[in-house]
Design a protein around this ligand. Structure first.
Ligand code: SAM
Length: 217
């Protein structure tokens, strides 16, 4: 797919701000988390909200990757960074993936990093992810989460403004709560201090979730 003429003309560009800021966060420890989580990916994988391609270096070359990214400017950067790799890029939202020709239950892995804070509805997103996984498949995530107490108050106060400059990101998303009542069950979980995240993004989680139907009838 050719994204060359689809860049945004808006004065403020989240994609370009993200490209400038994230190298600091990556060096402060996030890249190590990405590497740790993604080294297990094999077979056919779907990454949702792949952004500017910060996960790409951590997939082995035999992974057959489909990367979904709705932001036109990010998709251009993603395409550039994908050169020479086995990646199909689809420019659409997660909610439109299943009507874009992607077959349900067809992925060994679905990957989301720093995405479920930005989708409009986390429950709906998790339901779609469950539909994309094949039986036995794994959902891998690295996300920031709501931090109860004083931080949560700050996160709730800051979210309306933050959403406007950070691509719709909700600082106060309760991802683990949403996973709890999804069709998946978390099988591995690591909590960590989000690099350079304080005071708005103090905590992150990374882990693996699998379909409940893999364990129960
Ligand atoms: C903070 S960036 C994270 C990018 C990348 N995953 C990373 O780890 O650096 C959030 C990403 O979620 C994407 N996004 C937002 N809403 C989405 C949706 N409804 N479906 C799929 N991706 C979405 C954005 O376009 C952006 O690429």
């Amino acid at each position: 797919m050719d994204f060359s003429n689809q860049g945004s003309n808006h004065r403020y560009s989240f994609a370009s701000a993200y490209e400038k800021f994230m190298p600091f966060v990556e060096r402060a420890g996030l890249s190590q988390k990405r590497r740790q989580l993604l080294s297990q990916v094999s077979g056919k994988a779907l990454e949702i909200g792949a952004g500017t391609g910060l996960n790409l270096p951590y997939y082995t070359h035999d992974v057959e990757l489909v990367a979904v990214e709705p932001d036109a400017e990010m998709a251009v950067i993603l395409q550039t960074k994908s050169a020479g790799r086995r990646v199909e890029i689809i420019q659409c939202r997660l909610s439109d993936v299943l009507s874009s020709g992607i077959k349900p239950h067809s992925f060994d892995y679905v990957v989301a990093s720093l995405v479920l804070c930005s989708v409009p509805d986390a429950d709906e997103a998790l339901a779609t992810i469950s539909q994309l996984l094949r039986p036995g498949g794994k959902f891998l995530f690295i996300e920031h989460v709501v931090t109860p107490g004083i931080y949560e108050i700050l996160q709730k106060l800051a979210t309306p403004l933050w959403k406007k400059v950070a691509g719709g990101c909700h600082l106060d998303r309760d991802l683990l709560g949403a996973l709890d009542h999804s069709e998946m069950v978390v099988t591995d979980l690591i909590r960590f201090n989000f690099p350079l995240g304080k005071p708005l993004i103090p905590h992150g989680v990374m882990g693996v979730a699998r379909l409940k139907s893999d364990f129960f009838d």
